[in-house]
Design a protein around this ligand. Structure first.
Ligand code: F6P
Length: 412
């Protein structure tokens, strides 16, 4: 590479996004980039000229290894929507002035479907104005809802965390016997896509029956039918564990969490904050059936749990970071790196690049055939798909009994 590289992180954090950052950094240096800059808080921070020279922060091999094991977004993230190119050219002029000043040859943006909208718009603007800067998307999201890629880095580690945590909750719920039984509702992230909630089935094995019911947001949720199903189960067993997506909704599209005390917060992409489904359903069932209930929201824990990261996930995250730099160096722009699965067993997967215009703002949902007919469970196809992605461990580097992270001092 002749010029410099700049990299940003955007959208919801994951346990693997920093491994992609490490992959971008290492590959850019190996390919001869003079400098690798990191935008602080994505494109929003770049607009305020907030960036760092990564070589001043990632000083040696140990730092790279720590970065790969550090959850959240080392550079800070943002949920920022660039305006339509033809509506506000000024903002693009400003971004390109900053990029030119830094002698940027390639910009890599690590993010999900909303972040790919940024790559799409920046690459379109570059073509429109004859800029030679290349723009490449690097996939990331625990939601696993990006189109054209078999899966997204970040998903495997979150799936492993969810499968493990659900199994531990099931184990716990079997200890104490309450007259009338106990119903535990576990709420899992994923908005409109049920990939994460489906991963709760990983709790099932020789030593565990797994969740009793699994509800994905791809299927309309019927409160009355749900109540009837739980009632029947409570009559048969002392503990019932139900996994629900934060995005389950009724036939009118109203989120179930909105039936309770939900927050009204909406982000720049118009996404409503989803929270409170588990506590609403736990209260609802408790009142209707008169049994003990508990609502558990896995919330941030499921995307920050790097102590339970999947080795496959962390390695693939690193690999897609490198592939993004390689693609830019070979002249690609307006593309996103995708993971292409060649086989399940043995698991084999490689990378390619695809047109970001076909990915941005789209959502890949769980296929309907992978969901049981009555919408309250998932099929074995889902297990075949997800199991390879959670394999292997990445040992945290422990200091004083707690995982050590790569830490970037931040000023207020
Ligand atoms: O996009 C990833 C995600 O983790 C979604 O699953 C979830 O709905 C959302 O982010 C939550 O975002 P925030 O932490 O900004 O509330």
């Amino acid at each position: 590479m002749k010029g410099n590289v700049i990299v940003g992180q955007s959208g919801g954090p994951t346990a693997a996004i920093n491994s992609s950052l490490a992959g971008v950094y290492r590959t850019a240096i190996d390919r001869g980039a003079k400098k690798v800059y990191g935008m602080l808080h994505g494109i929003e921070g770049l607009l305020k000229e907030n960036y760092i020279d990564l070589s001043e922060h990632i000083r040696n091999d140990l730092d790279v290894e720590l970065l790969k094991r550090t959850p959240a977004a080392y550079l800070g993230s943002c949920r920022y929507k660039l305006p339509d190119i033809h509506k506000d050219m000024e903002i693009y002029k400003k971004i390109f002035e900053i990029l030119d000043k830094l002698e940027i040859e390639a910009l890599v943006y690590i993010g999900g479907n909303d972040s790919m909208d940024t790559i799409k718009k920046l690459s379109d603007y570059a073509i429109l104005t004859g800029s030679e800067i290349r723009f490449i998307g690097c996939p990331k999201t625990i939601d696993n809802d990006l189109a054209l890629t078999d899966h997204t880095p970040g998903y495997g580690s979150a799936a492993k965390y969810i499968g493990t945590s659900v199994k531990e909750v099931i184990r716990d719920s079997l200890c104490l016997e309450y007259s009338g039984g106990v119903v535990t509702i576990i709420e899992i992230m994923g908005r409109n896509a049920g990939w994460l909630t489906g991963a709760s089935i990983l709790a099932k094995g020789e030593d565990c029956d797994g969740p009793d019911l699994i509800y994905l947001p791809e299927i309309t949720f019927d409160l009355k039918k749900f109540e009837a199903k739980v009632k029947k189960l409570v009559e048969q067993k002392s503990s019932v564990v139900v996994c629900v997506s934060e995005g389950i909704h009724d036939k009118d599209g109203k989120y179930i969490c909105e039936l309770g005390n939900n927050s009204d917060f909406v982000d720049a992409f118009g996404h409503k904050q989803l929270t409170g489904t588990a506590s609403f359903l736990a209260n609802y069932i408790g009142n209707k059936l008169g049994c003990k209930t508990r609502g558990i929201e896995l919330s941030t824990l499921q995307r920050a749990g790097s102590h339970l990261a999947s080795r496959v996930d962390i390695l693939e995250a690193y690999q897609v970071g490198g592939a993004a730099v390689l693609a830019a160096d070979e002249g690609d722009t307006g593309k996103m790196v995708v993971l292409v699965r060649h086989s399940d067993d043995p698991y084999q997967c490689g990378t390619e690049v695809k047109d970001v215009h076909k990915i941005a703002n789209d959502e890949k949902l769980v296929p309907k055939e992978w969901i049981s007919k009555d919408g309250s469970y998932i099929t074995d196809d889902f297990i075949t798909y997800v199991r390879p992605l959670i394999q292997g461990d990445v040992s945290p580097i422990m200091v004083d009994g707690i995982p050590r992270h790569l830490y970037r001092p931040t000023k207020k």
